[in-house]
Write a protein that binds this ligand. Structure first.
Ligand code: CA
Length: 240
């Protein structure tokens, strides 16, 4: 299910950004510009609900207003960090005393913007917190077991033979192969690869994994961890 019909895929953005903002006009503007930049966007207006959604949807980044009904933004971030959740957070502050609170919170103020801000600035800052969270430049070629992906050419090989993948199949496989052995939940994969929130029980992910397995045959590095999710491992497709 697409949450936002107005995504234009011309931008560089990738993944689901969760916007927490109780002012409708600002939330709409944030949604519009982030979607135009290529991100999937989910908006929450209440702090308590937002915390639950962050835990559920596993966004790649959170744009977090400080002054909110329910829990405020600083408290939301504090609770995430307490749970060892280091999802990048871009705070949006309305007043100097809010800036002080954000900066005083030594945990995880990845960046902040003060209202009023330009939507372009917001997009630039979201990209920047994501870049910082990603660390140094990722390698251009990924290799796990018998499968090799060239990220620049967007080409795939299994046992040295080219394999034709759709854009989504390629992106999903590249995401899994970027951290071999790490198990990603369906929610994490939907958020990171499709930029979508998962309301459909991960069927989209399951379908694409099945297609990848069909195309890669016994060279497939994809492994199912029942009840948890999927990983790419060098020692093959065994189910655990
Ligand atoms: Ca507010």
């Amino acid at each position: 299910m697409r949450l936002n019909g107005d995504v234009e895929n011309s931008g560089e953005g990738r993944g689901l950004v969760l916007v927490v903002e109780d002012e409708h006009a600002i939330a709409d503007l944030e949604r519009l510009y982030l979607a135009r930049a290529g991100f999937g966007v989910h908006v929450e207006r209440d702090g308590t609900m937002a915390l639950a959604r962050i835990r559920q949807l596993r966004p790649v980044a959170v744009v977090l207003d400080v002054g909110l009904p329910g829990l405020d933004g600083v408290e939301i971030c504090r609770r995430l960090r307490e749970e060892d959740d280091w999802t990048p957070v871009l705070f949006v502050t309305a007043r100097d005393d809010e800036v002080d609170r954000v900066l005083g919170l030594e945990l995880g103020a990845d960046d902040y913007l003060t209202k009023p801000f330009s939507p372009r600035e917001l997009v630039a800052r979201v990209r920047s917190v994501l870049r910082r969270a990603a660390g140094p430049q990722a390698p251009r070629v990924l290799s796990v077991g018998r499968v090799r992906l060239d990220l620049g050419r967007r080409s795939a090989e299994a046992d040295g033979e080219p394999v034709q993948l759709t854009a989504m199949e390629f992106d999903l496989l590249a995401h899994l192969m970027s951290q071999p052995g790490r198990v990603f939940s369906r929610e994490q994969l939907l958020s990171a690869v499709w930029g979508q929130a998962d309301y459909a029980g991960g069927r989209t992910v399951d379908v694409h994994v099945a297609q990848l397995r069909a195309k890669l045959g016994d060279a497939s590095p994809l492994r199912t961890s029942r009840g948890v999710g999927y990983s790419a491992t060098a020692d093959g497709p065994a189910s655990t």
